[in-house]
Design a protein around this ligand. Structure first.
Ligand code: NZQ
Ligand code: ZN
Length: 384
């Protein structure tokens, strides 16, 4: 096991009807900006619950943060925060709203060009306090310090990470997810699945406990995923899926492990270029990446075939790895998710060429062994 340090300052408040607890968590003297997306929280009554909880508090609203939050929109919020002097941000919505709010929190305290925080690795020295009522189980953003920001002007999408933007608290009420469109529920299941794989399916550094946690999340997803799609109002299934998503990317399963994240980085390009949902890109790239990188990932994929998919432990490792790849693809199909670029009307060769061009220009190499060069990425996308 590799050395690690871990501290998560986020208080998690999990369960039905917990939005009312907002009033106990935010100090009365704060000037609050509630941030949200395209209006789902108005339709499903979440905003109403937030306002009821914050009766008597000093707050205002900023709506319109898009899925794959756009830098151009966030700049408007940053200006509003600076001009009107808010000192607490409350994100209410999915991962995009929360990610966007993390960026607003950091950029509002930064005097330079905000984009530099993302692309130039400028250290975030301080950020506004933020918290959230998260309404979509997928990103784990409610218990991590990452965000992913897109820029319309340049068709780019990059991660942004700073310990200063951990939420102070996250309210996770699984009832808020009853209103999710099926497509978003599937996105969340796939995103969680792939987060776990980015941290588990690399090379073994003797982390049996972390591996069991990771595979425990996967087994739960395989059971609860189809259930939640059959019974969208099933509270227990919604609760289990949400906790899987949170634990899938609160860094817990990756402590002391070796991580990959190439599927995500290639997927981000597909979103930036073609506008596919994050969860759609991952189901396309993961199986192809596993086929191309099978040798490197053989041990972990084989272990997963035995422990998750019930394969015979005496089969050759290569065959076991194939079983994991095929069964995972089958799971994505079973929950209604396509796994090929062509099914979205995208020419794999064109996509592969553009992504190779972008990665070459940026000198990007990916993967746990840093051996996914632009040429290897080309092969992965071409076969996706
Ligand atoms: O905008 P509104 O109207 O709120 O509607 C949203 C949006 O259209 C809707 N929605 C959210 N909660 C709902 C709901 N509709 C009905 N009922 C609810 N309870 O769902 C749509 C998608 O929302 P979005 O926030 O974009 O989805 P998600 O949570 O999957 O976030 C995706 C973004 O997170 C980034 C992705 O790259 C992408 O930009 N990621 C962030 C990570 C992190 N912070 O650690 C890690 C992930 O790998 C991921 O990359
Ligand atoms: Zn993701």
């Amino acid at each position: 096991m590799n050395n690690f340090e871990f501290r998560c300052p986020t208080k998690v408040i999990f369960g039905a009807d917990t939005i009312s607890k907002l009033k106990d968590e935010i100090p009365q003297d704060k000037k609050i900006l509630i941030t949200y997306g395209g209006g789902s929280i108005r339709k499903n009554g979440v905003l109403k619950q937030v306002k009821e909880a914050l009766e008597g508090f000093n707050y205002n609203e900023f709506g319109g943060i898009e899925p794959n939050p756009k830098y151009e929109t966030l700049l408007k919020a940053i200006e509003m925060v600076k001009n009107e002097g808010y000192d607490f941000l409350l994100a209410v919505g999915g991962g995009s709203v929360l990610d966007g709010t993390k960026f607003i929190a950091a950029a509002s305290k930064y005097e330079g060009e905000p984009w530099d925080l993302i692309t130039k690795g400028v250290e975030v020295k301080e950020a506004l306090e933020l918290a959230d009522v998260i309404t979509l189980p997928a990103t784990g953003s409610e218990m991590n310090c990452g965000a992913v920001i897109s820029r319309l002007e340049t068709k780019e999408k990059f991660p942004f990470i700073s310990e200063k933007v951990y939420p102070k608290f996250s309210i996770i009420d699984p009832k808020t997810t009853y209103s999710l469109p099926e497509k978003q529920t599937v996105n969340g299941i796939v995103d969680t699945f792939v987060h776990v794989m980015e941290q588990y399916a690399t090379y073994d550094v003797n982390t049996p406990l972390q591996d069991q946690w990771a595979l425990g999340i996967i087994k739960t997803l395989l059971e609860e995923g189809p259930k939640v799609l059959r019974e969208p109002q099933n509270y227990e299934a919604r609760a289990n899926i949400f906790w899987c998503a949170t634990c899938g990317l609160n860094y817990w399963i990756s402590l002391g492990c070796v991580q990959d994240w190439a599927t995500h980085m290639i997927g981000h390009e597909l979103t930036a270029i073609y506008g596919l949902d994050h969860g759609e890109t991952l189901a396309i790239i993961l199986p192809s990446l596993w086929r191309v990188m099978k040798k490197d990932k053989m041990d972990k994929l084989a272990k997963m075939a035995i422990q998750v998919y019930g394969a015979n432990e005496f089969l050759p490792k290569s065959l076991l790895a194939d079983i994991t790849i095929k069964k995972t693809e089958k799971f994505f199909h079973n929950i209604g998710r396509k796994t090929k670029l062509k099914e979205y009307g995208i020419d794999p060769k064109e996509a592969a060429q553009e992504i190779k061009r972008r990665f070459s220009e940026r000198n990007t190499v990916l993967g746990e062994r840093q051996n996914i060069t632009p040429d290897v990425a080309y092969e992965i996308v071409l076969n996706a």
